[in-house]
Each structure stands twice: as structure tokens, then as C-alpha cells.
Ligand binder design. Structure first.
Ligand code: MSP
Length: 658
């Protein structure tokens, strides 16, 4: 039996002098969507990402953090990787450019290019910043250094050059023969005219940078960061032994429009020089902008993904990024638009259809998928429309027209809503005829829901898996083969599964406020808070905590603890570990958040007396104000919280603990 066709796609490898923001998350989400989609179409897919760890910026950042470069990049790589795992975006391979396998691959590629006569030693002259020890790209004589503002000097250093000029015609021929190599079309035209304008040879080694991959036998030469970074795509799938893995050449390199030239000019030229296969396609997407300008740390307008995922779920962020902007174009990011789409399309759209259908099946059909009876023209019309939607959605996924694919899915959802509202199965009687009509209506609605669930799965992996369970369908939605998806496959007689929380509606202003508060917490973690690897740029989690000192009684006296009584307790949307409590502490009622949600049922806490630290400065947890702290023991290796309390005596509320 022939094996599955292979599909290899990549995200760029990200710089380690910062942490992921919504722009990086966008590229990685798109890669994950394509991966899931291709798997559902029967491909064996490998998706890679990684970290780009060399160069002068890392040297500087490590120096600033006061740690060696190797330690700095190890912490940053762990933070990137950790966040991708947390967001459900774990790649199949994660390349660090400091990995030995990668170093070997870069040196091997260089050797091949050199053996084939495309590398020569020359001199590079450019503007150099003596203070920063670095050449300033694109600077002219007399320009100042953009980083430190000091004047640059003209410096000449010995470098190895790559004969890029020799590839002008081969590249133009290649673009012509492979018209889909550069996507979208507009980018293709840009690159073709750039190459037609002539290519200068490229200096691919440096002697002024220390933190890089050494050129074997040529120290102090290290590789220019882009020669190093691009090669990660090959080292991810076997490096010099790439043929054994069978994944190279890549099917798609997904990149932002900012780095298209490196991927469509330099990279194929390096590979051609080494006589290696060239990737099949480079897809350049646009940028997410904040108020029409680029996100940057200095402008303070960087949007981070975790608070959004915590508040609305990752599916919501995935849906928004893919639906809001035509893939390939720039778009504006706004919390307002995000929450609006969440409420309208997810909570009121898909979420509502799923829970409404399940509730009707429960009520009218005893929680079973009914057997459809005689079909009316409106049932046939809905079936036809949904069948057509399958084709339309698949075609749009295939062309990376994600917004259109989602539009087609949501238009099917709207049709189902309309169908239910017109047919009103709840208003029909229990006569035999009307019973069969109800069965047909509900089977039809459930079948449409099954189909949109399958189609939406690449974009909404978490919630579609829940709907799959809710409908009591066998296996996993990820295993459904898209090519075999047809109207009419829903088997009657199956029992519905457990009810699921899909997209709880949120109040817009409150949701935005909480996302912003969490983002602020992430940017400026409270000193007392336990740092998380991914929240702390220099990876503070890796720094061992100092052993606690002994404290005097005067220090203990600073902590005011009192007996409090829990009045209300509720879960917090987007924070599965926290409960929001109101606690009577004798003099007032306080709102306090406690990290006990996984171990205590909120209803069972009402009336319980607890020990409360009452003079803690108020702070926001997951965006919710917490004014005080409830004391609990941390039990066992996972620190299961057990509330401290007063089971034996009826202590008065407000009594002080000493
Ligand atoms: N390290 C290089 C890439 C080397 S690949 C061999 C690099 N890294 S980066 O950290 O700057 O990430 C670049 C990628 O992040 C962009 O190409 C793009 O995919 C994504 N984005 C960064 N900011 C973005 C937005 N504001 N919007 C959308 N994507 C953006 O360049």
C-alpha cells in the first residue's frame, strides 16, 4: 500500500531577544491550522518552528541580563517553547540554532556552496558602530548608529562572500517555471522586479561578531545570521541526512512580508549553489498592526497572546486572527473587534447552535440522534446547501483563503439557525406525523452541525472536539477524512454525550479590562508572584529562589489575619484555577480570589469559615480584583490546596489570628 503523501511546512524561527507577541502567534497559528487541515486530507505532515539564537542582538541582551549568551538563549528558547505548548501550538520539530545538529548542517551547506565554487574571500566595507561592535546594515557614510545614536565609522573587514550575482538568471528562470513559488501574487511581482534589478554578492561570514556558528578552520569567522537561520529548515528534517527523513524540500515556508526577500532570493540561491532541492512555496502574510502602526516594545503597543487565551480560549484567538483579515494582507488588531466577534460568531453562532441542538435533541428525542423520516423541500435545500459548502470550504482552505473558508462555514451555521426558527420543532405536537417531522428536523440540524464541526476543526480544535463529544460521535473529529465528508453520514440511534461548555458569553468592557489587566501583570509581574518561565523575559523561573530567612516577631506582626466567612463563591471565565469569593471579615465584605477552583466546588464553600490575610495590598489576578488572601495548606507534590479553618469551635467572624 503506498504511504501517505508528505507535507512539510515551517514557521520562521523566531528571534530570542524578545518573547512571542500576537504577530509571531499569528504565523504559528496559521501553520497549525494548515497542519491540521492537511492531516485531515490524508497527508503525513511535519510542521517546524524554532528559535534564531545567534547574532549581535543576543550578545547585547545577554550582556544586559548579566549572563552568558548560552544561558540566555536556553532560557528564552524554553520560554518560547513553553508558550507554544501552553497555547496548543507544539510543533513537530523545534530547532534551536545552537543545536549541534543545526551547527553541523550550516557548516555542511557552506562547504557544499564552497566546493561548487560559489564562495570566495573578499572584503566587506560598511558603516560600523565601535560602541556596539557591529556593522549597521544599510547605513551610509556619516550616519549615526540607530541603536546608540553615536556616529558610525567606515570599516573594512575580511569576509566570505556568496556569489549571489551568479543566480540572477537561474532565479528568474525558476520563478517563471514555478509561478506559485512566491505567494501572494503581489509579492511575487515585487521579488521578480527586485531580482531583475540585479543582485550583488552577499557577505555570509563576520569577524566582528563573536556569538555565531564558527566557520570551520576559519575562526574568528562566524556565519552571518541569515545564512545560519534559513538553514534551520533543513536541519529540522535531517540536515545532511535529509534524504532519509524524506521531508525535504519544504512544501510551504510561511513567513511575514518583512522577511520574504531572504526566503525567495537568498535561500533558493544557497540551495541551488549546494545543488539541493529548492522549497516549493513561500507564502508571505501581512502584519497585524495596532492602531495602524507596527507593534513594538518601545511604543508599548505589543499584544501578547496568553491573556486572550486565558479569557476567551485559544480557539477564539485563532478564529479571530483568521477571520478578521484576508490572509496575505495587513490588518488591525483590536480587543474590541476580538470580543465582538467572540460574542457574535462563537457564543451566539456556533456555540448557540450546538447547545440549542443538543437541548432540543434531549427534550424532543430523548437525547438520541433520531432517524430522519420523509424529507420536505426545505430539508433537501439545506442538505444541498451544506454539501456545496463542503466543497467551498475545502477549496478555500487549499488556497489559504481562511477568512472565506470560515465565512462559508458560518453561513451554514446561519442557515441552520434560520431553519430551526422557521421549522419550530418545539411547537409541533406529539401526533405520529408531527413526531416524524420533528425527527427529520432535528436529524437535519444535527447533521449540519456535524459537518460544520468537521470543517471548522482545523481552526477551532478544542471546541469542535467538545461538540463531537456532545453529539456522541465516534472516534475523534481530527481523524475524520475531509475527502470523504458528505451530507447524510450521521447515524441515527446514537446517544448524545456529556454537555460541554463552549463559548460562554462575556460582557465586552469587562472582558477587555480583564485581558488588559492580565497583559499588564505579564509585562510587570508582581515581585512576590511566582514567576513563570514564559512570563519573564530573562527566564527568571530558572533562577533559584533564595532560601527563606528567619523573621522576627515584629515582621510576623505586620501580617494581619482574621477569621472570615465565605458569603459567595463563583468560577471565573478564563481562569480555571481561580474562584471569586466574597468574604465577610467582620468589619466589611471583601472580594478575594483564591486558587482553589480545581479542588473545591463553589457551592460547598458558602458559609465556611476561613483564615484570611486582610492587610495584603489589593491586586488583580487574571484581571479580577483580589483584596486579601485566604490561607490554605499546599499538600503533596502538586501543592493541592486545603483551606485552613475552624471545624471544632464556633469562632466569631473577624477574630484576629495570632
Ligand atoms: N529570525 C527571523 C526569521 C528567520 S527565519 C529563517 C525573524 N524573526 S522574528 O522573531 O522577527 O519573527 C518574524 C516573523 O514573525 C515574521 O516574519 C512574521 O512571521 C511574524 N511577525 C512579527 N511581527 C508581526 C506582526 N506584527 N504581524 C504579523 N506577523 C508578524 O524575522
Amino acid at each position: 500500500m503506498p504511504g501517505k503523501p508528505k507535507f512539510y511546512l515551517t514557521t520562521p524561527i523566531y528571534y530570542t531577544n524578545g518573547l512571542p507577541h500576537i504577530g509571531h502567534t499569528y504565523t504559528t497559528i496559521v501553520a497549525d491550522v494548515i497542519r491540521r487541515y492537511k492531516r485531515m486530507r490524508g497527508f503525513e505532515v511535519v510542521m517546524t518552528t524554532g528559535t534564531d539564537e545567534h547574532g549581535v542582538n543576543v550578545e547585547r541582551a545577554a550582556k544586559k541580563a548579566g549572563i552568558p549568551e548560552s544561558e540566555f538563549v536556553a532560557r528564552m528558547a524554553a520560554a518560547w517553547r513553553g508558550l507554544w505548548d501552553e497555547l496548543g501550538l507544539t510543533a513537530d520539530e523545534f530547532v534551536r540554532t545552537t543545536d549541534l545538529q543545526h551547527v553541523r548542517t550550516v557548516q555542511w551547506l557552506f562547504r557544499l556552496c564552497r566546493e561548487n565554487g560559489y564562495v570566495y574571500k573578499g572584503h566587506y566595507t560598511g558603516q560600523y558602530c565601535i560602541y556596539d561592535n557591529a556593522f549597521v546594515n544599510d547605513a551610509k557614510r556619516g550616519d549615526n548608529c540607530p541603536d546608540c545614536g553615536r556616529p558610525t565609522e567606515t570599516v573594512t573587514e575580511e569576509n566570505y562572500f556568496f556569489k549571489l550575482s551568479a543566480f540572477q538568471q537561474p532565479l528568474l528562470d525558476f520563478y517563471k517555471k514555478n509561478p506559485d513559488f512566491i505567494q501572494p501574487e503581489t509579492r511575487r511581482n515585487e521579488i521578480v522586479s527586485f531580482v531583475e534589478g540585479g543582485l550583488k554578492d552577499l557577505s555570509i561570514t563576520r569577524t566582528t561578531i563573536r556569538w555565531g556558528i564558527p566557520v570551520p578552520g576559519e575562526e574568528p569567522h562566524v556565519f552571518y545570521v541569515w545564512f545560519d537561520a534559513l538553514t534551520a529548515y533543513l536541519s529540522a528534517v535531517g540536515g545532511p541526512e535529509y534524504e532519509q527523513r524524506g521531508m525535504w524540500p519544504a512544501d510551504v515556508h510561511l513567513v511575514g512580508k518583512d522577511i520574504i526577500r531572504f526566503h525567495t532570493v537568498y535561500w533558493p540561491a544557497f540551495l541551488m549553489a549546494a545543488m539541493l532541492p529548492v522549497p516549493k512555496q513561500v507564502w508571505a502574510h501581512g502584519w497585524f498592526l495596532m492602531d495602524s502602526s507596527k507593534m513594538s516594545k518601545s511604543k508599548g503597543n505589543v499584544i501578547v497572546p496568553r491573556p486572550i487565551a486565558n479569557m476567551l480560549g485559544m480557539d477564539a484567538l485563532r478564529y479571530f486572527l483568521l477571520r478578521e483579515v484576508v490572509f496575505g494582507q495587513d490588518g488591525n488588531f483590536s480587543y474590541d473587534a476580538l470580543v465582538t466577534r467572540y460574542n457574535s460568531d462563537l457564543a451566539n453562532g456556533l456555540g448557540n447552535l450546538a447547545s440549542r441542538t443538543a437541548a432540543l435533541l434531549e427534550k424532543i428525542c430523548g437525547g438520541q440522534i433520531p432517524k430522519p423520516m420523509e424529507r420536505k423541500p426545505q430539508d433537501e435545500a439545506l442538505a444541498k446547501e451544506t454539501q456545496a459548502a463542503i466543497g467551498e470550504v475545502l477549496e478555500n482552505y487549499e488556497n489559504m483563503s481562511f477568512a472565506r473558508a470560515l465565512e462559508a462555514i458560518w453561513s451554514a451555521i446561519a442557515s441552520a439557525d434560520k431553519y430551526l426558527t422557521t421549522e419550530q420543532p418545539w411547537a409541533l405536537s406529539n401526533s405520529d406525523q408531527e413526531q416524524s417531522r420533528k425527527a427529520t428536523i432535528l436529524w437535519t440540524t444535527a447533521e449540519l452541525l456535524r459537518i460544520v464541526t468537521v470543517l471548522a476543526h482545523p481552526v477551532l480544535p478544542v471546541s469542535t472536539a467538545k461538540i463531537w463529544t456532545l453529539l456522541g460521535l465516534p472516534g475523534s473529529v481530527a481523524a475524520v477524512e475531509l475527502d470523504g465528508l458528505r451530507w447524510g453520514q450521521l447515524a441515527p440511534g446514537k446517544q448524545l454525550g456529556k454537555a460541554q461548555t463552549l463559548f460562554p458569553r462575556v460582557e465586552k468592557n469587562e472582558a477587555i479590562e480583564r485581558i488588559e489587566a492580565m497583559a499588564n501583570e505579564e509585562r510587570n509581574p508582581a515581585p512576590a508572584a511566582k514567576p513563570t518561565a514564559s512570563a519573564t523575559p530573562a527566564g527568571a523561573a530558572a533562577v533559584p529562589q533564595a532560601a527563606p530567612e528567619k523573621i522576627g516577631i515584629e515582621d510576623f506582626a505586620k501580617v494581619e489575619m482574621r477569621v472570615g466567612q465565605i458569603k459567595t463563591a463563583e468560577r471565573i471565565v478564563g481562569a480555571d484555577k481561580l474562584l471569586k469569593l466574597t468574604v465577610d471579615i467582620g468589619t466589611e465584605i471583601r472580594q478575594i480570589c483564591a486558587g482553589i477552583a480545581q479542588y473545591y466546588e463553589p457551592e460547598k464553600l458558602i458559609g465556611r469559615k476561613v483564615a484570611v490575610v486582610v492587610n495584603l495590598a489589593p491586586r488583580k489576578l487574571r484581571g479580577v480584583e483580589s483584596n486579601g488572601m485566604v490561607i490554605a495548606a499546599a499538600v503533596g507534590p502538586e501543592g493541592r490546596p486545603v483551606l485552613a479553618g475552624f471545624p471544632d469551635e464556633d469562632v466569631e467572624i473577624g477574630s484576629r489570628l495570632k
